[in-house]
Each structure stands twice: as structure tokens, then as C-alpha cells.
Write a protein that binds this ligand. Sequence first.
Ligand SMILES: [Mg+2]
Length: 126
Amino acid sequence: MSQRKIMVVDDDATTRYMMSEFLDVLGHEHVVVSSGPACLAELTADPMAYNLILLDIHMPILTGVHTALSIRQFEKDPPQTIPIVAITADTNYHQPTRIKELGMNAVLPKPVNIDALHDMLSELTT
Ligand SMILES: [Mg+2]
């Protein structure tokens, strides 16, 4: 079975670059997209391909919160139960209880630290 991938969703090019570098260093295959609609399109095209989503909260067009809600409304699983980790500098979203109420599994504060990312991925990917 081929390795499933991580998807990074962020409208900020610098964050996309940093996360991609970190995931390369940590040895995780990944795909990077820049918007909520692009994330949903990827999941629709290939629902089995991903084992975790790293999702920015503040994005134009479709926020991370709305993107996560749409992912949870997929009829099939995956993506319905795929782990979603919010990545955000907004302290309003740093409490795990709030993140879980919004349908996501965990949160990593920005700027994301590679050691924290490693620990989170060890916990949530299989
Ligand atoms: Mg953003």
C-alpha cells in the first residue's frame, strides 16, 4: 500500500514553504494547496490519498473553520474522520476544546515549531 499523504492548506506562501520544508525534513509525503476550495477539490478527487490535514484558520474565500465543517460533511469516510490540525497565530483558536467544537482534532500555534509538528504527527498519523 502506498504511503498516504499530508495536505497543507494555507493562503500564506511563506507558511506553505516552511511547512513543506519541515515535512520534507520529517519524511512525510505531502501536497500543499493555498485555499479551502482547493483542499475540498483534492479530497473530492482522491479521498483515500490523505491521512492528515494541516489547516490554516484565516483564509479568504473559505475560512479554515468553514473548510473543516465541509470536510466533516463529506458523505464518505475518509475524509469525514481524517485528522485535521489547525495551524494559526490567532489565540482565539488555541484552546483544544474550542478546536474540537469546530470539528478539528488539534491545534498548532504559528509560527509552527518543527519539534511540535513532529510530536503532533507521531500522535495523529498511523
Ligand atoms: Mg492565513
